[in-house]
Write a protein that binds this ligand. Structure first.
Ligand code: GLA
Length: 696
């Protein structure tokens, strides 16, 4: 188990470096991410390079038995870069420059930025690629974190090239974007601009390509650095830190280029759904590289500094959140950062070593956690432990949230609602693309508005082969260009679902906006949210009247059985939930988004139909359970002590157990092999976190 933090010794005088190493040892730290923001220290002027301090730090860490995840330091260009090369600066929607003085003030597509960053990486690689302390490479940092889109001239030029590569001819671009509408027909690629400030909504097909381009530009920066490292002979795993469900970057497309997935996760102590949301994030990053443990590359020991109010974690929450990561596939637990900063924007952010020193609650928690992790046995790789797959797709996210739709949909919030119903039932879920559903027992694909041909074919094959699919509402509406397909809607899944789709039936008052987004005060948000959660339409399922929201679509059963019908609204009497046998499987469709009172009932129906089972049956409320190969992790997020019956071996003590007792925030790791189910775990790539552990 890797344990450590971002280490920024360049923010401190040399005198503290020995103490750092000594205290790292005391805390059980075995790896640090070194020098993530050290560009200006390494290269204080264009022709001045200073590696001696870095040599000293790396040697001290190595002598202290602490491995290095060496950063390429390219996330924050020094002031001389912006002053000498203003063309490296990004721009906002109106074309106005972002200026230096913070971080991430670079245009990802700027050739000058790439040249300067590339030179820095080349020199770092040549100097340290064979250093025995360096066990991993950390490229950039949280690509896109602060700058979701860049509208600069560098982006304009790169966008035109990107479009030319994608479409070859401008006629093909015109077809893909439907530019006959509103007189948007282009005569050449040099007439295309980034979607800068315009009087009204941009062409949605162009927006989809713009988002693809934005994700690709960030990925190109990563790949450029990766190639330089490899060309210099790097054999260590190379990665960058993801941010879970981060809209600007299609991590599923990025994942093949990460030797190991690293993720940063900062659950908000004030979010009532923080356990669910963090569980989803961890399942998402695990699912990006099936069978390969991932690394929690940043979390906070206590409070962060960047929310409007920054309470600390509840007692015990650090252990519980750490255990959740391990349970869901992590082989490394890291923090931002090692020593709390004494200057700068993040001086109030918690760290492993607080500014108040070692006689602190945080230091005690950090050293106790280090000792507990060090005592863990080697953990099994996460297998394909889930029978259920939840489809979550970036291109769909981009398209479904574009403007000018029947209603606003907050895709992530909606996916989290569905995920939460499974999480509450302790049913393990993988988070996959629509093309990755083979071999699961149950697939849930909500609001899959943009369904690529390959996704439609994969979902069809999945049902034919015996799987159970639940989809809808607002699914299978457009193709990969965000255009309607010939033949209406549900053109790909209609035969599988036994349905014909007629109309969308948006419900007033239940959109994302009505659910509080943009409301002016907390009371208004609360009132809007509860009204939205109550829903605006009803349907009857198994004799119970339940609510639906967002839409009440008009669908017609053409082979499907009607499981539930609407009992109010324009669709009264029409199907609300349907089920259709197709091939060896069956496909369910919900014509409305189930309200808070209805979600579990709908999920319960498909769970029963598909025969999927919880990780552990009969758990008390507030207890979370996840499986990782033979390892079952139980976490008590509730406020009362609980006793749980489970047969196995306590993984920490090696003692056989038939029950565990958990205090609030208590955690148990139990080795308890599962009955075989689901597809076999695919074999991972050759460079994994375990390699890094071995090297460390
Ligand atoms: C991100 C960054 C870190 C730091 C933390 C603070 O994760 O990668 O450099 O700013 O946020 O929470």
């Amino acid at each position: 188990m890797l344990y450590g933090a971002d280490y920024n010794p360049d923010q401190w005088p040399e005198e503290v470096w020995d103490e750092d190493v000594r205290l790292m040892q005391e805390a059980g730290v075995n790896i640090v991410s070194l020098g993530i923001f050290a560009w200006s220290r390494i290269q204080p002027a264009e022709d001045v390079w200073d590696f001696e301090w870095l040599d000293t730090v790396i040697d001290k860490l190595h002598a202290g038995g602490i491995a290095v995840n060496l950063a390429t330091a390219t996330a924050s260009p020094p002031p001389w870069v912006s002053a000498t090369y203003p063309e490296t600066l990004p721009a906002d929607e109106s074309g106005a420059s972002y200026w230096p003085g913070s971080r991430q003030h670079f245009a990802p597509s700027s050739p000058t930025y790439r040249r300067l960053a590339g030179e820095l990486v080349r020199r770092l690689a040549e100097r340290y690629v064979h250093h025995p302390a360096v066990v991993m490479w950390h490229v950039g940092n949280e690509f896109g974190c602060h700058l979701w889109m860049d509208f600069s001239d560098a982006a304009r030029d790169a966008y035109r090239v990107w479009l030319q590569n994608r479409y070859a001819t401008v006629d093909a671009l015109n077809d893909a974007w439907g530019t006959s509408f509103w007189s948007q027909r282009y005569g050449g690629f040099d007439e295309v601009f980034p979607p800068r400030l315009a009087p009204y909504s941009h062409n949605p097909s162009s927006m989809l390509d713009w988002r693809r381009f934005t994700s690709d530009m960030l990925l190109e920066c990563y790949l450029m650095e990766r190639e330089i490292l490899q060309a210099a002979g790097a054999t260590q795993p190379i990665t960058t830190n993801f941010m879970g469900p981060f809209k600007p970057a299609d991590y599923r497309k990025w994942a093949p280029f990460m030797d190991v997935i690293a993720d940063d996760c900062y659950p908000d102590p004030a979010n009532p759904h923080r356990v669910r949301d963090a569980a989803f994030q961890r399942d998402l990053v695990r699912s990006l590289k099936p069978g390969v443990p991932w690394l929690l590359w940043e979390q906070a020991t206590d409070a962060v500094n960047w929310r409007p109010a920054n309470p600390g974690k509840r007692p015990g929450a650090l252990v519980a959140e750490t255990a959740q990561s391990i349970a869901r596939g992590a082989d490394g637990i890291m923090f931002f950062q090692w020593r709390q900063s004494r200057a700068g924007s993040e001086k109030f952010h918690s760290a492993m070593l607080p500014h108040a020193g070692t006689r602190t609650r945080i230091w005690d928690a950090v050293t106790e956690l280090g000792a507990r992790l060090a005592a863990l046995p080697a953990l099994p790789a996460p297998g394909r432990d889930a029978q259920v797959a939840l489809v979550f797709d970036w291109e769909n996210w981009w398209a479904v949230e574009e403007r000018d739709h029947p209603t606003e949909i907050d895709y992530l919030a909606l996916v989290l609602e569905w995920y939460g119903a499974f999480h509450a039932r302790h049913i393990q879920v993988d988070i996959v693309g629509p093309e990755e559903v083979e071999g699961y027992d149950l697939v849930v694909a909500p609001a899959l508005y943009l369904l690529r041909d390959e996704g439609g074919a994969a979902l069809t094959r999945f049902v034919e082969a015996g799987g159970t699919l639940l989809t809808g509402p607002f699914s299978d509406i457009v193709d990969a260009h965000d255009q309607f397909r010939d033949g209406g809607f549900l053109t790909q899944l209609g035969p599988v679902l036994g349905l014909r789709f007629e109309d969308f039936g948006a419900l007033a008052g239940t959109s994302s906006a009505a659910a509080g987004v943009g409301a002016l005060n907390a009371d208004a948000v609360q009132a809007a949210r509860s009204a939205a959660a109550r829903g605006a339409v009803t349907f009857e399922l198994n004799g119970t009247e339940l609510s639906g929201r967002v839409v009440a679509e008009s669908i017609h059963a053409s082979g499907a059985d009607v499981v539930a019908a609407f009992t109010s609204g324009a669709q009264t009497g029409a199907p609300a939930l349907t089920r259709h046998r197709f091939g060896a499987g069956e496909a369910w469709y919900t014509a409305t988004q189930p309200g808070a009172d209805a979600l579990d009932a709908v999920v319960g129906a498909v769970v029963a139909a598909s025969g999927v089972h919880p990780v552990v049956a009969g758990l008390p409320a507030g207890v979370e359970a996840a499986r990782r190969g033979d390892l079952v992790t139980l976490i008590n997020h509730g406020d009362a002590r609980v006793e749980i019956a489970i047969e196995g071996t306590d993984a920490e003590t090696g003692v056989a157990v038939d029950r565990v007792v958990l205090d609030p925030q208590g955690v148990a790791f139990v080795s308890a092999p599962a009955a075989p189910s689901g597809p076999a775990a695919p074999s991972g790539p050759s460079l994994t976190a375990s390699d890094a552990v071995a090297r460390a």
